[in-house]
Design a protein around this ligand. Structure first.
Ligand SMILES: [Zn+2]
Length: 695
């Protein structure tokens, strides 16, 4: 997908003016020829940065965040260009949606004179422009831009005494604060924000969006809005900090740096509406690793968990070890068949013999290929035996595989991989600014990679019960950028009771906005971002190989569907609602354009390989069928059963497991010593018995 970058506006030549108006010409041409849908997606300027050649980190961050959201940003250098009304408009003469100015930029009257300030105020008041003013420290004595544009309602910004970072987000403006609405975020370390000073007789058209608590426990505003006519002036009080020029956005996207980028994101998303990359519905999923379908599987009672899911509205996926394909209990199978909206299955390796998809020096790529194909055959048999469908989503046992294994998944029509890590094994983390800020990472083998989080308060083999007082903030950060909430647990998480996850589900469900708990496969089908172009067409970015897209707008619409596609695995075909569809791949991008009538949906599928490779023809010999022939694997799986099903449900058993995991090496030595003693005793006994028999 081509990102629109900022353009510096300088005195323009005739040719440049023509180029700038190109979208208008194209739109006019399309209309002239009576086309119902334009020839090209038309996208005008969306935002404007009023700055000078001395840009602060916030100026750069505004441009970068505009770019991240797919907004075209016009940059006006006030030291060389006089601000006019037309500069605040797009190529079609409409006012731009959002403008940004740093309060220190116009301190020099040469940059912005009273007439230009009047033009800016007029654009807000009658043109409906949203203006964000970032302010550093201002005392009452100084005449600031802030005072001028807010009609003396906001008179300054001061440095509060505040030695710990916290943000109190208002619950009154969910249209701006979205999933952060009503949350309190905190981080150890001094606060670097400024208290916005309101005039004592400040008007009622002031909204405090985000506040912080100072050292005397008093709240002070740091992000607010002054409503004026058709538009608004947003004010953000914070000091310049790290810039997205040389820092990855993901690094700043947390509570510690909240005020540096999240208010700008809130401002752009609110003011630019559907023109930013976004998705309306949020998705969530709880995945429990390892169980097979018996009741109970250790601390996991399937029937009890179903009741919890129904009363607290969540969905559970079992990350299923393919080796267990023929061990299902009919009663548990029935639950999966009767409640597909609550229970689903994804693939958790093949044999799960330790780190099964580890680095190639230990487990060669060929071995990993065999395991993937054997896993698929076993899962097909599981489906045949139980009737339960499964999602072709791989959750690697123990940890993520190296990148080349991800290509094997793509080659075998897997949809995605979901893991605790977001960089494949033995792979360098990319340095691109927006890495990790989209719903899925596509940087490795051109295959969708999603990161999940562990359920809080949960550690393997501790006596601690699951925490009920969870911190919901990390999930709000995920959902605000339209990432699904993906949570992992094991059966042990439910040692405190089958209701252990209920409070987490409640807190996530209480976040602002609509949230759907569903299977990983369903989440991947709905994993996309969209943005509306100025000609009414919609750009769509998809990540997996299946996409369900619904047109819920007011009319028939043209969708430009795009997926990053390097063709590292050749495409067999692309279908829409099961019928082969036209597509092109250029510049590493797969492109499908489709008109969707109002209220209708399409299901698009990219098929790389229709058939699972046959095991019988598999070249390396040892893999003949899906039988469980390996003795070591058999022992390991039985040991896991013993640990999960019999030992983890009672305190003495848990003590043994804890001892084993905490002192694994010592435990192995003790086990070795015990084994030697046992063998010695057996040999001694045999010799003794033989001797007695001879006598
Ligand atoms: Zn596992």
């Amino acid at each position: 997908m081509v990102r629109k970058t900022c353009v510096l506006v300088e005195p323009r030549s005739g040719f440049m003016r023509f180029c700038e108006l190109l979208p208008v010409w194209l739109l006019s041409l399309s209309l002239l020829f009576g086309l119902r849908t334009p020839l090209f997606a038309v996208d005008f300027y969306d935002t404007v940065l009023l700055t000078t050649s001395l840009q602060g980190s916030c100026d750069i961050n505004f441009q970068k965040i505009s770019e991240h959201y797919g907004l075209r940003c016009k940059v006006i250098d006030l030291s060389t260009t006089a601000l006019t009304d037309s500069l605040l408009r797009d190529e079609n003469g409409e006012y731009l949606k959002a403008a940004f100015i740093n309060n220190y930029t116009p301190e020099n009257p040469a940059y912005l004179d009273p007439n230009e300030i009047g033009i800016l105020k007029e654009a807000v008041e009658t043109g409906g422009v949203s203006l964000l003013v970032l302010t550093e420290e201002i005392t009452n004595s100084r005449e600031s831009l802030l005072k001028k544009v807010t009609d003396n309602v906001i008179i300054g910004a001061t440095n509060p005494a505040d030695s710990s970072t916290d943000y109190v987000i208002s619950d009154s403006f969910p249209e701006i604060t979205r999933e952060f609405t009503g949350l309190k975020l905190s981080h150890a370390g001094p606060q670097t924000d400024l208290a916005i000073t309101l005039s004592p007789n400040s008007a009622s058209n002031i909204d405090i969006i985000v506040s912080a608590t100072d050292d005397s426990s008093k709240l002070y505003p740091i992000f607010g809005r002054y409503r004026k006519g058709k538009g608004s002036i947003f004010i953000l009080g914070t000091k310049n900090g790290k810039s997205l020029q040389n820092t990855q956005m993901e690094e700043l996207y947390d509570t510690q740096h909240f005020s540096k980028i999240v208010p700008i994101m809130m401002f752009l998303r609110y003011s630019s509406g559907d023109e930013v990359w976004h998705k309306e519905t949020d998705y969530a999923n709880l995945t429990i690793d390892d169980p097979f379908l018996v009741e109970p599987y250790g601390n996991l009672e399937f029937k009890g968990l179903l009741t919890s899911m129904q009363t607290h509205d969540f969905h559970t996926t079992i990350a299923f070890i393919s080796w267990n394909y023929d061990r299902s209990n009919p009663k548990v199978v029935r639950l999966f068949l009767d409640y597909p909206d609550r229970y689903s299955i994804a693939i958790h390796g093949n044999n799960h013999d330790h780190y099964e998809f580890y680095k190639y020096s230990k487990v060669p790529l060929k071995e990993q290929q065999k395991d993937i194909i054997q896993a698929l055959h076993r899962m097909e048999e599981f489906k045949k035996l139980t009737g339960i469908p499964y999602d072709k989503i791989m959750i690697f046992p123990h940890g993520i595989a190296p990148a080349k294994t991800l290509e094997l998944l793509k080659r075998n029509d897997f949809v995605a991989t979901v893991n605790n890590q977001d960089v494949p094994l033995e792979t360098k983390r990319p340095e691109s600014t927006f890495y990790g800020m989209e719903p899925a990472i596509m940087d490795y083998a051109n295959f969708a990679l999603l990161k999940r989080r562990s359920a809080q308060g949960y550690r393997m083999w501790s006596f601690k019960k699951a925490k009920s007082d969870i911190d919901v903030a990390p999930y709000a950060f995920d959902l605000f950028i339209d990432k699904p909430v993906l949570i992992l647990a094991h059966q042990d998480f439910f040692f405190s009771g089958i209701d252990a996850f209920n409070s987490t589900a409640d807190k996530i469900n209480d976040l602002a906005g609509e949230i759907r708990w569903t299977s990983l496969g369903d989440i991947l089908k709905h994993l996309y971002l969209e943005k509306t172009n100025d000609d009414g067409s919609v750009d769509v970015r998809m990540y997996g190989n299946k996409l369900v897209l619904s047109n819920k707008s007011g009319s028939k619409r043209l969708y430009h569907i795009r997926k990053k596609e390097t063709l590292n695995v050749p495409i067999s075909k692309v279908t829409i609602n099961g019928v082969e569809a036209n597509y092109i791949v250029e510049n590493d991008t797969l492109k499908v354009d489709e008109v969707i009538p109002l209220g209708e949906s399409i299901e698009l599928e990219i098929i790389y390989n229709e058939e699972i490779p046959s095991i019988a023809n598999f070249p390396t010999g040892s893999l003949r069928n899906i039988r469980k022939s390996g003795f070591t694997v058999w022992i390991l799986r039985r040991f896991s059963d013993l640990r999960d099903i019999y030992l983890s449900t009672n305190r003495p058993g848990r003590a043994i497991i804890s001892l084993y995991y905490i002192h694994r090496r010592t435990a192995l030595r003790i086990a070795g010593a015990c084994g030697l003693i046992l063998i010695s005793v057996i040999i001694f006994a045999i010799v003794k018995v033989r001797g007695q028999w001879k006598e």
